[in-house]
Design a protein around this ligand. Structure first.
Ligand code: F6P
Length: 548
């Protein structure tokens, strides 16, 4: 039995959950007109409103007590100081050191991490300026026009999400393309659009062993050499971001063209490191630094704000409350800002790869649901797709609604229309429409009692569906940094509260290992491994039909 479920606060929350399941949010709002003031908080550039969550003051106090009983403050300090809290891999967890804008020294395993980070940032800055100013020349003496970033998972999602978020603010110095999929269709379409003489490839892989990335990188080199011919030209067109200098050298990338990261940076927390190089190349180093600054502000908030106003901690507590106590096992991320369209995909990895586990620190099976399924898309598109289910389905999906006060690009009345939808949806999910309202509306439209009876149940919206609204001043580099850091610390707190080892990903390794075994069978008929009849049947069908 896990310790967490034996805590006094956990037991108290279980009782509160039983009561809260019988309570409607509409009633909570009716009982307390200061609910917004009580359950919303701000940091520069961000308004965080969780008043439409299914909590009251009593539950909130119990959740804060849970944070205390789980010793969040001690764990937080351990993380920031470089203790090896990634226990299954014996590593520190120091993505916060990558954006330590106070530059306070931090010695871990005898190395001043701050100094190492600052050195790498200086290297990134110099490189970015050389490329963007046109001083970095390709093998025929031409400046770079296109950057192709090759990486997958944490070595792709962060940079691509930030690039998408900020592309309205980019100048036209460089184009950036992302290739992550082993499906050749993706790299083929990118290669079709670029010129080897003016293209810079950034191969991003912490391990430099990830099969999808290596496959794409190999294809890129072969394509490049078809024109450039000479291996010595690779140095001018390929750089790497990795911790594995041996592998990057074997690949043909010279050491000075390798940007490093460290084993204390997890893939899904790495956009602040040299993994963010494509962002800096695309938007300029200043914009990249602004992202770091936004995140640093949130780090300071997380370290110093009292628990009752600590946004990432509250996000985590609400997630645990919804998932482990109220039994809502999925959570939607719904940005009402086109710039944030990749945020759901980014957070899927962030949260599910971190906390999608079923054993506690001691390796014992936990008796509660851990991470919810994270999914979503831009809110407006979602409204015309799956919101029907959010409003009237018989699964309840708590949702984060994210919008910005000022649009990146103001077009006529678009933003007011967008924000009206943002506001309307959370109100509708909270209050719903009861039988009396439906009856009155239909009667006002002249429907007979028989017609009303027929339609009534179809038109009732139960409401009572919990949402959080995050209102950003605008989506700029600093805000992107703030937003991502809020979710990162949420994930950390969630992991500690649930006693989950958030910083490993053993579950991903299983499929990776099997894929490489099967690949050898698909490419060499003499190789045979034992499989189940389904896998055998699928392989046989594929081999038989692939050349027909
Ligand atoms: O998907 C599993 C994973 O290990 C992620 O955690 C990581 O971000 C990704 O693969 C890429 O790994 P690498 O940067 O080593 O290529």
């Amino acid at each position: 039995m896990s310790n967490r479920s034996q805590l006094a606060s956990w037991q108290a929350l279980k009782e509160s959950a039983a009561q809260m399941k019988q309570t409607h949010l509409k009633t909570l709002f009716a009982q307390d007109d200061s609910r917004f003031d009580a359950f919303s908080t701000q940091i520069p550039g961000v308004l965080f409103d969780y008043s439409k969550q299914r909590i009251d003051k009593n539950t909130f106090a119990q959740l804060i007590e849970l944070a205390n009983e789980c010793d969040i403050a001690t764990w937080r300090d351990k993380m920031f100081s470089g203790e090896k809290i990634n226990i299954t891999e014996e590593r520190s967890v120091l993505h916060t050191a990558l954006r330590n804008r106070a530059h306070t020294p931090l010695v871990v395993d005898g190395e001043d991490v701050t100094q190492a980070v600052d050195n790498e940032l200086a290297k990134i800055k110099a490189f970015v300026e050389k490329v963007r100013s046109g001083q970095w020349l390709g093998y025929t003496g031409k400046a770079v026009k296109d950057v192709v970033s090759i990486g997958v998972g944490g070595s792709n999602l962060g940079p691509q999400m930030a690039t998408e978020a900020l592309k309205a603010l980019a100048d036209d110095t460089l184009n950036v393309h992302y290739v992550s999929n082993a499906d050749g269709v993706q790299i083929a379409s990118v290669l079709k659009a670029i010129d080897p003489e003016t293209t810079l490839f950034v191969i991003s892989s912490k391990t430099f062993t990830t099969s999808e990335t290596m496959t794409n990188a190999k294809t890129a080199v072969e394509w490049f050499l078809q024109t450039a011919k000479d291996d010595s030209t690779i140095a001018k067109h390929f750089v790497a971001v990795s911790t594995n200098l041996e592998k990057t050298a074997a690949f043909g990338i010279s050491d000075e063209n390798v940007f490093t990261m460290w084993d204390w940076v997890g893939g899904r927390f790495s956009l602040w490191s040299a993994i963010g190089l494509p962002i800096a190349l695309y938007l300029g180093f200043d914009a990249f630094e602004a992202i770091l600054e936004g995140a640093f502000e949130v780090d300071e908030h997380f370290k110093t704000a009292p628990f009752e106003q600590n946004i990432p901690l509250i996000m985590a507590l609400l997630s645990v409350w919804n998932t482990s106590f109220l039994d809502f096992t999925s959570q939607a991320i719904l940005p009402y800002d086109q710039a944030l369209h990749m945020l759901p995909a980014y957070l899927q990895q962030g949260e599910m790869e971190s906390n999608g586990k079923h054993v506690n620190f001691a390796g014992e099976t936990v008796p509660y649901t851990t991470v919810p399924i994270i999914w979503g898309m831009t809110g407006i598109n979602g409204q015309h797709a799956f919101y029907q289910c959010l409003h009237q389905g018989n699964v309840i999906v708590p949702a984060d609604f994210i919008a910005s006060v000022k649009p990146q690009v103001a077009v006529d009345k678009h933003h007011d229309i967008l924000l009206s939808n943002f506001l309307a949806q959370t109100e509708a999910m909270m209050s719903g429409v009861d039988a009396q309202q439906v009856t009155e509306d239909l009667a006002a439209k002249g429907k007979t009692q028989a017609q009303i009876d027929e339609l009534l149940n179809h038109k009732i919206h139960q409401g009572n569906r919990p949402t959080t609204s995050i209102l950003l001043d605008t989506v700029d580099a600093k805000t992107v940094g703030r937003l991502i850091a809020l979710y990162e610390h949420k994930i950390f707190c969630q992991g500690i509260i649930l006693e989950i080892c958030s910083f490993d990903q053993w579950g991903v390794e299983l499929g990776k290992g099997l894929a490489s075994k099967i690949e050898s069978e698909l490419t060499d008929d003499s190789v045979k491994h034992a499989h189940d009849s389904s896998t055998n049947g699928l392989m046989a069908y594929y081999k038989q039909h692939r050349t027909q």
